[in-house]
Write a protein that binds this ligand. Sequence first.
Ligand SMILES: O=C(O)[C@H](O)[C@@H](O)[C@H](O)[C@H](O)COP(=O)(O)O
Length: 223
Amino acid sequence: MKLVEYPDAEMMMMDLADKLASELSSALRANDTASLAVPGGTTPGPIFDSLCAVDLDWARVQVMLTDERWVPETSERSNTRLLRERLLTDRAAAATYLPLYADAPTPEEKLAELAASLSPALPLTVALLGMGADMHTASIFPGADQLDLALQGSDRLVAMRAPGAPEPRITLSATVLNAAMSRHIVIVGGEKRAALERARHLSPQEAPVAAVLNGATVHWAEA
Ligand SMILES: O=C(O)[C@H](O)[C@@H](O)[C@H](O)[C@H](O)COP(=O)(O)O
């Protein structure tokens, strides 16, 4: 794992948007398409605000979430909603969005269909991940009901219920995340930095983020 420390979060978000854009752009020079998976939650909004305006052949880029909360787009908790408002706009509105949510009461009902729809985007070109203070990443939570499947299984997508998640989740598996050509983790603040340091010495069962650290670049700023 490589750790990059930034003087402040604003600078980090802008640098990271540049970095993601340049990785996508290099991939598009060599291939017809490129894919980008991004987290939801409260951290990545400013990255999306910069990235969406970048001059890139977005029509050849597939965008997806690393994980989604099983709620419709009308919900404040929908990560898709965040993406539509802040990433799939401006120049990036031309990208193809591959959703991880479909209208059904539970994720299990749509799991196979959603997993199949990801084929054109895999393996991922770039995966950006967040991390919670409980050391979860994507929706791979400590104590989740399908933790082993998400950490070690060969399935692309896993439906999850976890004590730390207020609604059912759907998440890319560690296998899919680790197959990405490039992997970045973005964290802000002292609490998450301390959690990251703890995770480096714990098993993925205790600290799921540990499953994706090898070969990743972690980007950190205090605030
Ligand atoms: O849907 C989600 O919640 C995310 O995809 C999740 O994995 C997120 O990255 C972490 O929970 C960190 O969340 P914050 O950035 O809000 O701290």
